[in-house]
Design a protein around this ligand. Sequence first.
Ligand code: HEM
Length: 149
Amino acid sequence: MSEFLSNLYPWTKSLHIIAVLTWMAGLFYLPRIFVYHTEKVTPGHETDALFQVMEMKLYRYIMNPSIIAVWIFGLALVLTPNVVYWDSIWPYTKGACVIAMTWFHMWLGARRKDFVAGRNTRTGRTFRMMNEVPTLLMLVIVFSVVVKF
Ligand code: HEM
């Protein structure tokens, strides 16, 4: 099993990075759509339904498969011999940020359901501020995994 994972390492890492890119695209874009949905769209209007379809497709068909792939290939990298050294600090900073990023994904899913039920109470300002969360987490994650302090 260890040898199998070692042989696959460049492939696993490539697939991990590809999945990270598509996940991040959604994590950056969905809160942006929520800003416009909150500030420019009247609930129940035709445009409301259009925004809901865009949000559903982005979340269900891009972000959900991406988060699953990021976790599968990420955990495969963790299990690959000589990749993670647990006496370093970076696996813990990265792990904490990845858990926070996963929470953010779930939070966006709950907000999407608020729009579907017509009970969104968040303002455009809240979504603008939340839009910075994945940026900050991404900075810590990439420095952790590349600088490896
Ligand atoms: C979801 C759980 C995740 C796990 C378990 C995980 C785990 C890992 C592991 C073990 C490596 C290999 C490090 C190495 O080869 O030295 C890696 C590479 C990488 N990860 Fe993740 N990761 C996860 C999520 C993420 C996220 C959310 C991002 C970006 C926002 C990310 C960005 C990267 C990058 C850029 C690399 C390549 C670094 C390099 O070797 O140069 N990962 N990941």
